[in-house]
Design a protein. Sequence first.
Length: 117
Amino acid sequence: MPDAPDFCRSSARGFTLLEIMIAIFILGVVLTTIYAAYTGTLRVIKDIEDESLIYKMARTTLDRMTRDLTSLQRFDGKFFLRSERKGIGVSEFGFLTFWSASHLVLSVTSSRARPLR
């Protein structure tokens, strides 16, 4: 019996189109999962950094307020405190004015305020 033509023989030298398409599909699913996990992790890291910055600013502000209020001075024999409402855009907040002997620089970069020179 004569040999069959080359295109009819089965050989294990290559992949079929179906095998390649299945491999590409699996690769796509894996890469999509990795991308979703990566972007989720980056979003969480950014949120934590933002919250950390807000916390540092709040600590610095509270430290400054504590130092100012502990060094409250008398003016004409009385403590002078003035309170008023101010607004930025649609938000309102309380504004307190008083005379203090504490002269500090409000710094977000350090947790402790430094005196002026």
